[in-house]
Design a protein around this ligand. Structure first.
Ligand SMILES: [Zn+2]
Length: 417
């Protein structure tokens, strides 16, 4: 058996691995790198298993639309992925020539098998709950007498709306564990402490009648954030305030979530329409905002859309704040210099930042201790680290090197199993 790392080696972005036996060849994820030149991935797979609906795991799927692929993953992953592909078609078509249209995006949905288990020629594939976002799966496969576990993006702790992954239910002593290593070198503060810090920052700005910008992704982080603030106001933990979401996609995903309550925690399942918020309003345009306000909006990296506009409008006032909950920011994100150097540039214009810009990593990824715990519980013979910068992967390797054979592959490296 051969495992080839087609993307996501020593970096976050463009995740794709191929697993090939004598009788079958599958892809684990089919992502795109959001910065840099997109890579042409092979198309000759018997099946493509998708771990979850983030573009760095799904964004190349349009390339398969003319090949009648077999795509396997959760139903919600399919629905959100197709929406994101439509969005991609729209953005790329506006920019100029693009080889794909809305029908190609639809085609991907039609080729999707919503399954937790499939049998291919000489290979059995099982999907299990990964805890990273709604519908996220861990892939467990067996072929040629070998067991392989691929985490995709994984979270082992519970969040407010989603249960964490139960490591105990995964196959013990796999021959190979392929794991993400986004936070391979970082130990995060306990989640409750981060949440308290987040609420304190909100309260301070609210006391000063300031505006809060929360740039976030339309899928999952937006719902998590809106639900968090909605619940805090309902419980009297936060005062009443104007709270808005601006993202039509996020709004659509709220409906998917209401229709798929079984994916979430007991507390969420008990509520009639948990993602129909009482204190958070959906807006279509920035002009509808009544200040002061808390606004949850895309893009998550603040480089486009409502996030960028509000950053320009609000950054200059020290009563306002910008709260980032993602740990990663691309080098060209204005939020990066806004946070680190108190200014940002858009084309020729430079903007000063007087607002508080703060990063609180309420991430849906396992941190170093959780990743070590996964290795410790599963006891894999070999562990391949992907989806993490080289420094993060190396720091994790130092912690697990005595328990398992660690490999930090290069791009396009093939590993014989
Ligand atoms: Zn992800």
């Amino acid at each position: 058996m051969e495992i080839k790392v087609l993307g996501g080696a020593r970096e976050v972005g463009g995740s794709c691995l191929s697993v090939e036996t004598d009788s079958c060849k599958i892809a684990l994820d089919y992502g795109i790198k959001l910065d840099g030149e997109p890579k042409k991935l092979p198309t000759d797979f018997d099946a493509v298993i998708i771990s979850h609906a983030h573009l760095d795991h799904t964004g190349s799927l349009l390339n398969l639309s003319k090949h009648n692929p077999t795509i396997v993953g959760a139903g919600i992953t399919r629905d959100v992925t197709v929406d994101l592909l439509h969005d991609m078609v729209k953005i790329q078509t506006e920019k100029g020539n693009f080889d794909y249209n809305d029908q190609h995006a639809e085609r991907i949905g039609q080729c999707w098998w919503v399954r937790d288990a499939i049998a291919l020629s000489g290979m059995k594939v099982n999907l299990q709950h990964a805890g990273h976002v709604a519908g996220a799966k861990i892939t467990c496969l067996e072929a040629e007498g070998k067991k392989i576990v691929y985490t995709g993006d994984i979270c082992t702790h519970d969040t407010e709306i989603l249960k964490g992954c139960k490591v105990e239910t995964l196959p013990k002593k796999p021959d190979v564990l392929i794991t993400e290593s986004t936070y391979g070198g970082k130990v995060r503060a306990p989640r409750q402490q981060l949440l308290d810090e987040f609420m304190e920052d909100l309260l301070k700005t609210m006391d000063n009648k300031g505006n809060v910008l929360i740039p976030t992704f339309a899928f999952h982080r937006s719902q998590e954030m809106a639900k968090r603030i909605d619940t805090a106001i309902a419980n009297g933990y936060l005062p009443r305030y104007n709270v808005y979401t601006i993202s039509n996609l996020a709004h659509k995903i709220n409906d998917y979530y209401n229709q798929n309550k079984q994916l979430f925690t007991k507390e969420i399942r008990r509520q009639k329409s948990p993602f129909k918020y009482k204190h958070v309003k959906h807006l279509y345009r920035i002009a509808q905002i009544e200040e002061p306000a808390i606004v949850i909006c895309t893009s998550g990296f603040g480089h486009a859309g409502a996030s960028l506009q509000l950053l320009k409008d609000w950054a200059d006032n020290e009563r306002n704040s910008v709260i980032l909950t993602s740990g990663y920011l691309p080098p060209d994100s204005p939020l990066k210099t806004a946070k680190e150097e108190k200014f940002f540039k858009i084309e020729e214009d430079t903007y000063d930042v007087k607002a508080l810009v703060k990063q609180i990593e309420l991430s849906g990824h396992a941190d170093q201790n959780e990743l070590v715990e996964i290795v410790n519980k599963l006891k894999p013979t070999r562990t391949i680290l992907v989806h993490g910068d080289i420094e993060q992967a190396e720091l994790l390797s130092e912690r697990i090197g005595e328990m398992t054979d660690v490999c930090i592959p290069q791009q396009d490296e093939t590993i014989d199993i």
